[in-house]
Design a binder for this molecule. Structure first.
Ligand code: FES
Length: 162
């Protein structure tokens, strides 16, 4: 999958994230996760890693240590849309497994995989605060809840058309 070239607007947004975390290197993981959510195809390009390292005054090798340690972070383009299905307590009680089965069937892939066209990736997630509309998933930064089979199919079809 082709790499993304960062533009000025993206650098400004990454800078805002760094500022939000008070440029504290102890917040590197949170900064990387939020940055990845911003970047098309959900990964940390080398320019972003270098920029973050520079702003936090840490070597880029340290940034890559964290990226390679956490499976939620990617150093290569992942997919156009990453679907993160919550499997924390409330979503477990509300049968996230049914949502998983529908997603896997609709997309023709298993959790942890990416569709051959690079359009969707399926991942699990910890709770992201949408317990009141559980079961829930996020697609990129958008949250969807109260998921039924019909609703899931409608959501996926909407993204397929984009
Ligand atoms: S437990 Fe799933 S969003 Fe909170």
């Amino acid at each position: 999958m082709k790499n993304v070239t960062l533009n000025k607007a993206l650098f400004l947004k990454i800078n805002e994230i760094i500022k939000k975390y008070e440029s504290d290197k102890h917040n590197l993981l949170a900064i990387l996760l939020e940055t990845q959510d911003l970047i098309p195809k959900h990964y940390i390009p080398i320019e972003a890693a270098a920029f973050i390292g520079d702003k936090l005054n840490i070597p880029i090798s340290r940034v890559y240590d964290v990226i390679s340690f956490y499976s939620a972070l990617n150093d290569k383009p992942k997919a156009q849309h990453v679907i993160k299905l919550c499997k924390s307590t409330t979503c477990r009680v509300n049968r996230y497994q049914t949502v998983r089965d529908v997603l896997e069937k609709e997309l023709g892939i298993k959790m942890g995989q990416t569709t051959p066209d690079g359009k969707f990736a399926l991942e699990y997630s910890a709770c992201f605060g949408a317990c009141d509309i559980s079961p829930a998933f996020r697609i990129d930064t958008e949250v969807y809840g109260n998921l039924t089979e019909k609703k899931i199919k409608e959501i996926i079809n909407k993204y397929k058309e984009v």
